[in-house]
Design a protein. Structure first.
Length: 170
């Protein structure tokens, strides 16, 4: 080997041995005493009172901690990433401040409501449901109108007409 090659091997050995400066330390089993700033966590479930259970790096409870939330979360959100802050920096007091949204995922188009002062038009691709307690009115894409309730009343000061290809009463 030439002297230059020998020098290169020594330099390589030094670089390999010094690679430890960039290695990430192993996660600590202990929760940090204080967490400042935003932490990305995961929604892992809901407790008996409906509070979200969240997991995050440094979580003192691997099964998830109950959290307060500034946003509505539902069962369909399980597994989604969340932005968390901590009340007074306490790791045991997470607060969900939002969901992390994937910009690549197509957003579902919400029903459109058009209000012009004269009328309100609601549009949806599949169906529209108006619900209050045990009563509901459903409009479907196929043209069906379903009226359900414990008591249905139809009143008219003029003619009250029922028209259809066939009319069935009881």
């Amino acid at each position: 080997m030439t002297d230059g090659q020998s020098d290169w091997n020594e330099v390589q050995d030094v670089v390999v041995e010094s690679d430890a400066w960039w290695a990430t330390p192993a996660p600590s089993k202990q929760a940090p005493a204080r967490i400042d700033g935003v932490v990305i966590g995961t929604l892992v479930g809901f407790d008996g009172q409906g509070a979200p259970l969240v997991a995050f790096p440094g979580n003192p409870n691997p099964a998830g901690l109950p959290a307060r939330s500034t946003v509505g979360l539902q069962a369909g959100d399980l597994g989604c990433q969340l932005a968390l802050v901590f009340e007074n920096g306490a790791p045991a007091r997470p607060v969900v401040i939002g969901r992390i949204v994937d910009p690549q995922a197509p957003a579902a188009a919400p029903p459109v409501a058009e209000v012009d002062g004269e009328r309100v038009v609601l549009e949806a691709d599949r169906e529209i449901v108006l619900r209050c307690g045990k009563a509901s009115i459903t409009l479907t894409r196929a043209g069906k109108i379903l009226i359900r309730g414990t008591y249905v009343l139809s009143r008219s000061s003029g003619a009250n007409r029922i028209k259809g290809g066939s009319v069935q009463i009881n």
